[in-house]
Design a protein around this ligand. Structure first.
Ligand code: ADP
Ligand code: MG
Length: 559
């Protein structure tokens, strides 16, 4: 910024000098050829040719400093863009899962594209604004030195004008806030449209859905027009009114008997040039003002991402002997806990099935176990110590997970299994074998090097599920948690899953959430979760003997 100000100042001075010399030259030419040129201020007389050379050099200096200013402002803008993007991405990846989970679809993308770009525009505009103000100051200082009277009159009038236009600036800020808000609503609605595309088509409501988006589009258009017009209009108003003042001012001075024609002409030329700088400063200021709401929104998002961090300790964890829930509760909202007062112990190598009706709290239980959501009340102990004490890396190395709807990244099969971890190819292969998907991978056109799309193009639901299991197994976890792994599987895939789980029995602690009892029949113990409470714990055979157990688990108590 300092470099920018210095460069802009040099540019302004060079330009003022060039302008001054040109005016003096013109006046000298009018007075008669070869008459020496009297410079105001320094009282040196120059011959016309020297004067032309000096003016040329000054103009060149002006040119180079303008180029410098342009480069510096562009550089500032792009630096701000890149920094704000890395900031958003870093904060998002460091945010806790509860915060990440509530990010609306597309909101992260909007933050790194629209909001970051507008913040970059803001920085760029501020840089331009400063450069223009500095150059304006230099030009006016030159004008003042040459002819204080004319310049003062115009300066005072200009200041009054700026003060008079002040309320307009505030109005413009509001207009631009409105525009940004309706832009964001429009973007949200469009992203909703894309995520609901299937339902919209099936329900045949394309036209109504489009109309809803269209209404927001029209609103955003009107607000953009009003905001842009206000900005342009106030900028033009400032320029044209100042010109008018200049004319009136010079008229007044002539009328009052001003004699110093050279000074008057030079000052007038400098003031006219200052007008351009003032207008540039004004435009940059408005552009900055227009981008302020984007900076506010960006700051809000960053704060929101920051506030949801879960702090974990640094204690070392190399093995998993026991897990104990001590009166654990978890609430998404205070009035209705999703997990209530759960106390259970899980031993190393046990296979536990978690069953219960939909909405019973199974996925919440899993997220608590995974340390994705720390308990709202009570605590979870691992090897007798609060599980939040353990180092994040150690924890991830021991605990793995297969989600209900696993995602695939746009990378090869092998990379999808290794998943950014440093896992040798032989272990990737071994994991694929244990997940019962090795044969199918080898039948793909390029085997482990086949590219998979973000939505797993070319893989069936069951295959995707088994790639996800291979991903979990590749880290050789001590605790493996599966959330409804069989919900989308056909009979054959379920059989393959069963044989994988049987292989793991005893070597790995298994927590298997299921709504089909067949998936968890072979477990050591079943936990029944209903309305967030553990209502039964026991071996599958014991529980199945209980009257109406089957119906309760499958349908829930409220049916
Ligand atoms: N992200 C969330 N925000 C608010 N409430 C939630 C959220 N996820 C789940 N719930 C609520 O918590 C309860 C338990 O849900 P969940 O753990 O998903 O059950 P299950 O996996 O057994 O179907 C339900 O009442 C559900 O509506
Ligand atoms: Mg669930």
């Amino acid at each position: 910024m300092a470099l920018l100000a210095v460069t802009a100042a040099a540019g302004g001075l060079a330009e003022a000098l060039a302008l001054l010399l040109v005016v003096q030259l013109t006046l000298a030419l009018a007075a008669g050829p070869a008459s020496p040129i009297e410079l105001p201020l320094v009282e040196i007389a120059l011959s016309p040719s020297v004067c032309i050379i000096v003016a040329g050099v000054a103009a060149l200096c002006g040119l180079f400093s303008h180029l410098g200013v342009a480069w510096l402002t562009a550089d500032i803008g792009s630096t701000v863009l890149a920094n704000s993007r890395s900031n958003v991405v870093a904060r998002f990846t460091e945010a806790g899962w509860p915060t990440q989970a509530v990010q609306r679809e597309g909101s992260l993308q909007e933050t790194v594209t629209t909001l970051s770009a507008r913040t970059s525009t803001l920085a760029n505009s501020i840089a331009k604004w400063i450069a223009q103000l500095v150059s304006l100051a230099m030009l006016l200082a030159a004008a003042f030195a040459v002819d204080p009277a004319t310049t003062s009159v115009i300066l005072i009038a200009g200041a009054l004008l700026v003060a008079a236009l002040r309320p307009l600036t505030n109005r413009n800020l509001n207009l631009s806030r409105l525009f940004v808000a309706s832009n964001a609503r429009f973007a949200e609605e469009v992203s909703g449209l894309s995520s609901m595309a299937m339902e919209v088509r099936v329900f045949g409501v394309q036209v109504a859905a489009r109309d809803a988006v269209e209404a927001l589009n029209r609103e955003a258009r009107l607000r953009q027009r009003n905001s842009r017009f206000a900005v342009e209009a106030s900028s033009k108003l400032l320029r044209d009114l100042t010109m008018l003042l200049l004319v009136l001012g010079i008229g007044g001075l002539i009328w009052a008997g001003q004699e110093n024609v050279g000074g008057l002409a030079a000052a007038a030329a400098l003031v006219v040039r200052s007008l351009a700088a003032a207008q540039g400063a004004n435009t940059a200021h408005h552009a900055a003002v227009e981008s302020v709401p984007a900076l506010d929104a960006l700051t809000d998002r960053l704060e929101q991402l920051n506030s949801g961090r879960i702090t974990t300790g640094r204690a070392e964890l190399s093995r998993l002997d026991s897990i104990a829930f001590k009166s654990v509760s978890y609430s998404y909202n205070p009035s209705f806990p999703a997990i209530r007062d759960v106390s259970i112990e899980i031993g190393s190598g046990e296979a536990i099935g978690v069953v219960g009706p939909s909405g019973g709290g199974k996925s919440t239980f899993v997220q608590l176990l995974l340390r994705l959501r720390p308990p709202s009340e009570g605590s979870i102990l691992v090897n007798g110590q609060d599980y939040l004490d353990f180092d994040a890396q150690d924890w991830s190395a021991l605990v793995s997970f297969v989600p209900q709807e696993p995602g695939l990244v746009e990378a090869t099969v092998a990379e999808n299994i290794a998943f950014w971890r440093d896992i040798p190819r032989s272990r990737v292969r071994e994991a694929a074998r244990n997940a019962n998907i090795l044969d199918e991978i080898e039948r793909l056109p390029k085997g482990f090097d086949t590219m998979l799309g973000p939505r797993g193009t070319g893989l069936s639901g069951g295959q995707k599920q088994r790639v996800a299991i291979a991903r979990a197994l590749a880290g050789e976890p001590a605790l493996l948690i599966l959330d409804e792994p069989s919900s989308a599987l056909d009979a054959q895939s379920e059989e393959l899953l069963q044989s994988t789980l049987n292989e793991l029995r005893g070597r790995t602690t298994l927590i298997i959430v299921a709504h089909r009892l067949s998936t968890v029949e072979a477990c050591d113990r079943l936990i029944v979760l209903e309305s967030g409470e553990v209502t039964s714990v026991g071996s599958p055979s014991d529980l199945l003997r209980q009257p109406r157990f089957f119906r309760r688990v499958q349908e829930g108590p409220h049916v």
